[in-house]
Write a protein that binds this ligand. Structure first.
Ligand code: ADP
Ligand code: MG
Length: 332
């Protein structure tokens, strides 16, 4: 398969500031805002920075402004105010140079049910003026293979399961080598197996050097595959950064495993541990500032038999709750 040059520079790039900027951050927004005609403030002053080569999770409950942001990034709708740069170029002004380098899957693929999966892709590719018709069949076959649809390529798309439709949409985004893939809720409606498949595909694409920007309302889903994330709530950015740093920003819970849960809970409270909860043989709580070893020795001194003592790694969900004081709407 033809790949872009290792530096990521395209033929049209002349090494100007725009092109250089795109190597650092693939998406950059400043004060990006969208108020819909009805008055709904869907995106509110968003400053987003997506580093090149990252797998970037764009997280937030339903209605938090993810799709609206993606539509502005892809030049499908105009922002009310603020700016967006994609691959170093301003959007929506540069859609014609930028979009051929971006594969996008937004809110489920638009498919012709009466056409086979293969014919859908052939038709989609034919509508792309930058696509080479001489390599069309080979590229379509390669994309179908990549998403595991070769065996079903001749089937009419209306007979596809939701997961197969989602994969066909991904195949459409993969018809040409891309510098950036933008996937809006790519695992929506998929069963755990389908989610696993999308995850491994995303990892594979990222290992080729493609930056992947994917939105989701499922936090744990993102945590498994993303290097970086931004969290949205009600149109506003709550936090963004490397996933490891985001989770580290929130302290995980202290967990004591013991047969003497009542005594353990009492001692922990005396030692300043807040929000103490007993579940079966575990006592958990908010770890206090300071030396945890002192807590452990206080338990032992009080005669509590300690089987396990430690702080669980904080999850993105812990971070979200710590930052917003709200639970993350996973049911969506
Ligand atoms: N075309 C539209 N007109 C008016 N309001 C809209 C439109 N699209 C979305 N909204 C509203 O904007 C907010 C953000 O929606 P959306 O960007 O779709 O969020 P998400 O993708 O995170 O679920 C929601 O309150 C939604 O109802
Ligand atoms: Mg959405």
């Amino acid at each position: 398969m033809d790949e872009p040059s290792a530096t990521g520079h395209q033929a049209g790039d002349t090494g100007d500031d725009d092109a250089r900027a795109s190597v650092m951050s693939v998406i950059e927004t400043r004060g990006l805002t969208k108020r819909y005609r009805g008055g709904q403030l869907a995106v509110d002053g968003l400053d987003l920075t997506v580093p090149a080569g990252s797998v970037f999770g764009f997280l937030g409950p339903n209605g938090s402004g993810k799709t609206t942001t993606i539509r502005m990034l892809m030049g499908l709708i105009e922002p009310t105010s603020g700016t967006a740069r994609v691959l170093g170029r301003p959007m929506p002004r540069s859609t014609r140079t930028v979009l051929p380098q971006v594969g996008a899957l937004i809110e489920g693929p638009a498919l012709y049910g009466f056409l086979s999966g293969r014919d859908n892709l052939l038709r989609y590719d034919a509508a792309d003026p930058t696509a080479d018709p001489r390599t069309r069949r080979t590229r379509v076959a390669a994309a179908l293979d990549r998403v595991g649809l070769t065996a079903a390529a001749g089937k009419k798309a209306r007979a596809y399961s939701l997961g197969m439709k989602q994969r066909l949409g991904l195949a459409a985004a993969l018809l040409q080598p891309r510098r950036l893939l933008v996937l809006d809720e790519p695992t929506n409606g998929l069963d755990p197996q389908g989610m696993r498949e999308i995850r491994s595909l995303v990892r594979e694409l990222a290992s080729d050097g493609t930056t992947v920007f994917l939105s989701s309302h499922l936090l744990d889903e993102i945590e498994q595959v993303c290097t970086h994330a931004a969290v949205m709530a009600q149109g506003r950015l709550v936090t963004q950064g490397a996933v490891a740093d985001l989770a580290a920003g929130a302290r995980g819970r202290l967990v004591v495993t013991t047969p003497d849960t009542g005594d353990a809970a009492r001692v922990l409270k005396e030692q300043g541990v807040a929000d103490v909860v007993i579940t079966e043989d575990r006592v958990t709580g908010e770890p206090p500032e300071g030396e945890l070893a002192d807590l452990n020795s206080a338990l032992v001194t009080a005669g509590v038999r300690v089987r396990g003592f430690g702080v669980e790694r904080a999850s993105l969900e812990d971070a979200f709750v710590a930052l917003t004081g709200e639970g993350f709407d996973v049911a969506g």
